[in-house]
Write a protein that binds this ligand. Structure first.
Ligand code: NAD
Length: 494
């Protein structure tokens, strides 16, 4: 198989070490591609290219907003033309059902279009300032930050890349990008599109390779002005530490253990279906997953019975066959999830559905886990406290609204949360109390390019998407102008 190379300074470049890595399909372990496996020396090359492109050549930084916008629209159109191949790549690489990959690609295309649009909107401010130094005029401009290092996980391979690349490029930055070693294929294809679209050399650089080497080198590099990261809280903490050296800007989108609070007056079937979407979409490998169902005691038994009935009826199979659920991303991830399931059983939670690997028919060799529901969970259980990142949900009950809020906030994470109720005032009251950055009322998981995405507490800081997502990649400069040039007589003339 032809090796897919890193992309540095506008050229396809083998890893300096010559190393490569095979990518496998998690549904059946077949090899789907071979990628260059970069290291620290490749990061040095890519950072030097980005630095020179930003600070010396400056072609992209100095391009006008309409010119950058036009390029982003061109990239979106090229992605549209390759939609089927990109979606297939994400499904082969990650395992997710094809229709979910198609949805991801559409969101990614729209993300480029969104930033192509808003980069042309008016921005900056004009300030009416005091005239203690003579008459002055003061205004602000937004400028790109410089060289941005970007590191992504495997759960939404192309979409997570685009959430970072589209705003960073719209703002005029140069980028060194590292995708997850598990799922770099669609990102590599995106860089092929960048090349075809004529993005200036050095503007966007791709270095594939292990997090402990490539990711760490990016986070610690003195010539990187900003690092944005999506991934686990543990690695996020190490990135924040590595970034201290040159005080680079940091954006962190980290893990979650999000509450899905359901009151007895909620529309029942709707709450069941959204709860399924909340935890079983993308095999539960979603940072914002509603992995803790917190439900009013009076409807718990009926709800759990219906949820289990529907979960048991889900189809499981290779992503290309478009089942309800595909395999988990890797053997490691499957083993992690199965270990947590065993821990849940050992700690005394009642496994009412799933709770094991799935190996029937075409799934014999793949990394499939049945949708799993744990009833009778308590706040101290590991499965209630730790992110599992798989199709596993815990059930806890409450009697009062105060108890529901206390359970919802009983976590070190603060990424997302939802409340289901027919009482509008209560929905707003509860939502105001939930300490999380992304919330839903009577639904779970809808996400929009227009609205800011990010967490509280150990779920990270900074925001992606929306206008806030663009501003993360900008510096704000104030410009103060003396309206009457000349001496102002501050010091006595001698
Ligand atoms: P991970 O933290 O293991 O890896 C994420 C990325 O960081 C990968 O590219 C990896 O190679 C790299 N990396 C690993 N070690 C590194 C190091 N020491 N220095 C620099 N980079 C390093 O996470 P994952 O397993 O790929 O993804 C799952 C995690 O991502 C979950 O915790 C999930 O909640 C989180 N996530 C968060 C969001 C969000 O928006 N908040 C979105 C998706 C996923």
């Amino acid at each position: 198989m032809e090796v897919r190379l890193n992309y540095i300074n506008g050229a396809w470049t083998p890893a300096i070490s010559g190393k490569t890595r095979e990518l496998t399909n998690p549904a059946d372990r077949s090899v789907i591609a071979v990628m260059a496996e970069g290291g620290k020396a490749d990061v040095d090359l890519a950072v030097a290219a980005a630095k020179s492109a930003f600070y010396e050549t400056g072609a992209w930084r100095r391009a006008t907003a309409p010119a950058r916008s036009e390029m982003l629209y061109r990239i979106a159109s090229e992605m549209d033309a390759c939609r089927a191949e990109l979606a297939r790549a994400d499904t082969l690489d990650n395992g997710k059902p094809l229709r979910e990959s198609e949805g991801d690609i559409d969101d990614a295309i729209n993300c480029f279009r969104y930033y192509a649009g808003i980069i042309k909107a008016p921005y900056g401010g004009v300030y009416d300032v005091t005239d203690g130094f003579g008459p002055m005029h003061s205004y602000t401009i937004h400028e790109p930050v410089g060289v941005c290092g970007q590191i992504t996980p495997w759960n939404y391979p192309l979409l997570m890349a685009v959430w970072k690349l589209a705003p960073a490029l719209a703002a005029g930055n140069c980028v060194v990008f590292k995708p997850s070693t598990n799922c770099p294929l669609s990102t590599h294809m995106l860089f092929e599109l960048f090349d075809r679209c004529g993005l200036p050399a050095g503007t966007a650089n791709l270095v594939m390779g292990p997090g402990g080497e490539v990711g760490e080198a990016i986070a610690a590099h003195d010539d990187v002005d900003m690092v944005t990261f999506t991934g686990s809280t543990e690695v996020g903490q190490s990135i924040a530490r590595a970034a201290v050296g040159n005080l680079k800007k940091v954006g962190l989108e980290l893990g979650g253990k999000s509450p899905n609070v359901i009151f007895a007056d909620a529309e029942f079937e709707g709450a069941v279906e959204w709860a399924m979407i909340g935890i079983f979409f993308n095999q539960g490998q979603v940072c914002s997953a509603g992995s803790r169902i917190i439900i009013e005691e009076s409807i718990k038994d009926k709800f759990v019975a219906r949820l289990a009935q529907r979960a048991n009826a889900m189809t499981i199979g290779p992503g290309l066959d478009n089942p309800d659920m595909g395999p988990l991303v890797s053997e490691d991830q499957m083993n992690k999830v199965l270990k947590m399931i065993e821990l849940g059983k050992a700690e005394g939670a009642a496994c009412v559905c799933g709770g094991e690997r799935y190996t029937e028919g075409a799934c014999a060799k793949g990394f499939f886990v049945r949708p799993t529901i744990f009833d009778n969970c308590t706040r101290d259980m590991t499965i209630v406290r730790e992110e599992i990142f798989g199709p596993v949900v815990t059930i806890q009950t409450f009697r009062t609204e105060e108890e529901a809020v206390a359970l919802a906030n009983d976590t070190e994470y603060g990424l997302a949360g939802a409340v289901f109720t027919s009482d509008g005032a209560r929905a707003l009251r509860v939502m105001k109390e939930i300490r999380a950055g992304i919330t839903w009322i009577n639904c779970y998981n809808p996400t929009f390019n227009e609205a800011p995405w990010g967490g509280y507490k150990k779920s990270g800081y900074g925001r992606e998407l929306g206008v806030h997502g663009l501003e993360e990649y900008q510096e704000i400069k104030q410009v103060n102008i003396a309206l009457r040039p000349g001496a102002i007589g501050w010091y006595e003339e001698r």
